[in-house]
Design a protein around this ligand. Structure first.
Ligand SMILES: *Cc1c(COP(=O)(O)O)cnc(C)c1O
Length: 366
């Protein structure tokens, strides 16, 4: 059990608000797949999946063991594993996970396994590369894929999908539309020759925002569920789901000339009051936030991080803040604070959220 006082509170009401925000952009029949990879973007995939299970059609995780964790927690919905490996295919089947088959190595390995067991109409998803050049078959593979699938009674293609490279960037509109058109062409080939019509999906969060016409049968929403859109305007329509809180472990009064923390990185210019807070870089708080680049909120006032971020702690300047040991500390509780941390850390909210480590206590509240 994790009883740590540093807690990531997952706001269930905000999650629902965000889900409904995207639902309104979609046709009523379009399915929603909630992406809960990387521990639900740094939160808790199990709690998120339990909360969303009756509200979405599918879940997706990146790796097989993430899917196993959801099944072991009792999640019954279909789970798409975006990035399985040949070594783990028996577990895919054991836990009724649905593999993305993205190259001939894994495609052939899964068809072979499906024959041997044998499986019957086991749902698989075929991933196509339309320009991201990350995972997926090239369109040149289509004839071989279809030829193999026509003989395979042990698997059934649940969906064909692809992933956009720059759906958030309107300057890349031409490239994105080309990806969408290539995907539609691939789908057409399958529909013509396969004998049945798998679901189609290509849009992630920013795809839904910028290219809603390409929603096909399903959309895959990750970051949007957790409160971030393409830009500040879109993000303002969403609610923040990740609230990171801690408390003051200890307060010190230090005299001018005294230093704080490792490498004596901070020197007090006047008599100061500091607070030590039990969260550090091992919890996902970047070391780049040290030396007053980052701050926390205590009593609604900004307390800058002084000196270096330690593994398990930070020290903040509370000289002008009226507070006591044990008082609540907000690391972030809105998107602006998360964006600020991301900016200072020279990264994006995706990384700031997913960096929150497993040591932090995670609880969903609604
Ligand atoms: C992570 C991921 C998503 C979700 O993307 P967001 O931008 O977070 O909505 C969708 N599809 C694939 C293939 C992914 O890897």
């Amino acid at each position: 059990m994790n009883n740590h006082v540093t807690v990531l509170e997952i706001d269930g009401d905000a999650l629902l608000h965000n889900l409904n925000y995207f639902k309104e952009k979609l046709q009523p029949e379009t399915k929603i797949l909630a992406v809960v990879k990387a521990f639900g973007y740094g939160s808790d995939a199990i709690q998120i999946a339990k909360f969303l299970e009756d509200k979405v059609s599918y879940f997706a995780v990146a790796f097989v063991h993430e899917g196993i964790a959801l099944r072991e927690a009792g999640i019954e919905s279909p789970i798409l594993v975006l990035h399985p490996h040949a070594q783990n295919l028996q577990s895919v089947v054991d836990y009724r996970l649905e593999p993305s088959l993205y190259n001939f190595k894994i495609f052939n390995a899964f068809l072979k396994l499906a024959d041997e067991i044998p499986l019957m109409n086991y749902p698989v998803h075929i991933k196509f590369n339309t320009g991201l050049n990350r995972l997926g078959f090239w369109h040149t593979g289509i004839p071989n894929i279809i030829a193999s699938l026509k003989e395979a009674t042990h698997v059934k293609v649940a969906s064909l999908f692809s992933h956009l490279a720059a759906s958030e960037d309107l300057e890349e509109q031409e490239f994105t539309i080309n990806q969408i058109n290539n995907f539609a062409y691939i789908a057409q080939q399958f529909y013509k020759h396969l004998g049945y019509e798998p679901m189609l999906h290509i849009l992630n969060t920013s795809g839904v925002i910028n290219y809603p016409k390409a929603q096909f049968d399903m959309v895959r929403i990750g970051i949007g569920l957790y409160g971030f859109g393409n830009d500040d305007k879109e993000t303002a329509q969403l609610k923040n789901t990740h609230n990171l809180k801690s408390l003051i472990s200890q307060i010190h009064i230090i005299e001018p000339g005294e230093t704080v923390g490792y490498n004596r990185a901070y020197t007090a210019k006047r008599q100061s009051k500091t607070a030590t807070i039990p969260i550090g870089h091992a919890d996902g708080l970047s070391r780049r936030l040290g030396n007053k680049k980052g701050y926390v909120l205590i009593n609604n006032q900004k307390a800058p991080i002084i000196g270096n971020v330690c593994m398990d702690m930070i020290m903040v300047d509370i000289t002008k803040i009226d507070c006591s040991e044990g008082d609540e500390v907000i690391i972030f509780n809105n998107q602006e604070m998360i964006q600020h941390i991301a900016d200072v850390s020279e990264t994006i909210p995706y990384e700031t959220l997913t960096a929150i480590s497993q040591r932090v206590n995670k609880t969903l509240k609604s």
